[in-house]
Ligand binder design. Structure first.
Ligand SMILES: O=C[C@H](O)COP(=O)(O)O
Length: 226
C-alpha cells in the first residue's frame, strides 16, 4: 500500500520524510492556501524531494471543464513525472476527466462520498478515486465500508482505477481502508505519527535501555565486541 502525505507544509514534510517511507504528496486548494504563500516554489520543492519517484497530486481551481483541462495541462508540464491532476466529481469534472485522459494526463477523481460517484469517475477514465473517509463516517455512514463497496464495483466491472482513500481522522479509519484493500492512502502528518505510536513500544524501548545500562553502563553492544 502506498502512503502519501496530505499536506504542503514543507517543514512537516521535510521532518516526516527523514523517518517514514512516503510515496508522495496530495494537495487541494484548501491545503495550498493554508500551507503555501508561493505555490510554484512549494511545488518545485516537492518535485526536488520526489526526484521523479513520488506521486504529486494537485487540484484544479476552475469550475468548468475547459478551464480544468487547461490547468491540468499547465500543471502536468510544470510538475512532470508523478503528476496527477485532482478533479472533483461534478458534471464538469467528469467531462474534464475524459478530456485529461485523452491528453495523457493522470487523473485523481476527488471529493467522493458515494460508490456511484466513484463508478462514474472510473468510467470517465480516472486513475484514482479519492473518497473522504472521515466525512463519510461523520454523515453517519461507514467510510471504510464505502471504500470497500467502491473496490467491489471496480472488480465487478473490471475497471483498472485505483483507490486513494483520503480525509482520515483516526488510525482505525486507515486500518479499515487498508483491510478493504485500498491501494493508497493519504494522511496528515499527525495521523502519520499516530500510525506508528504505541505507549507500550516506548515502554519496552525504555526498559531495554535501563536494563542494559544497569549491567553494562555506557558501553554499547558493539563496544563489547572490541
Ligand atoms: O483532499 C482531500 C482531503 O484529504 C480531504 O480531507 P477532509 O475530508 O479532512 O477535508
Amino acid at each position: 500500500m502506498k502512503i502519501l502525505l496530505d499536506t504542503a507544509n514543507l517543514a512537516e514534510i521535510e521532518e516526516i520524510i527523514q523517518y517514514y517511507p512516503i510515496d508522495g504528496f496530495t494537495t487541494n486548494p484548501t491545503i495550498l492556501s493554508r500551507d503555501s504563500s508561493d505555490v510554484p516554489a512549494t511545488l518545485r520543492r516537492l518535485m526536488e524531494i520526489s526526484g521523479g519517484k513520488m506521486e504529486i497530486h494537485v487540484q484544479v481551481t476552475a469550475a468548468e471543464s475547459e478551464g480544468m483541462l487547461a490547468q491540468a495541462k499547465a500543471l502536468d508540464k510544470f510538475v512532470g513525472k508523478g503528476f496527477h491532476i485532482k478533479i472533483p466529481v461534478t458534471p464538469e469534472g467528469i467531462r474534464a476527466m475524459t478530456l485529461c485522459k485523452k491528453a495523457g494526463i493522470r487523473v485523481t477523481a476527488t471529493s467522493i462520498f458515494t460508490p456511484m460517484q466513484a463508478l462514474l469517475a472510473a468510467k470517465a477514465g480516472a486513475d484514482y478515486v479519492a473518497p473522504y473517509v472521515n466525512s463519510i463516517d461523520n454523515m453517519q455512514c461507514d467510510g471504510p465500508g464505502v471504500v470497500s463497496e467502491i473496490l467491489t464495483l471496480f472488480e465487478n466491472f473490471g475497471y483498472p482505477t485505483k483507490m486513494l482513500a483520503a480525509g482520515f481522522d483516526s488510525v482505525s479509519q486507515v486500518l479499515g481502508v487498508a483491510l478493504a484493500g485500498a491501494h493508497t492512502v493519504t494522511v496528515t502528518a499527525s495521523i502519520m505519527h499516530k500510525l506508528l505510536f504505541h505507549p507500550h513500544t516506548d515502554l519496552a524501548v525504555g526498559n531495554f535501555a535501563a536494563d542494559w545500562k544497569a549491567k553494562f553502563g555506557a558501553q554499547s553492544v558493539s563496544d563489547l565486541l572490541k
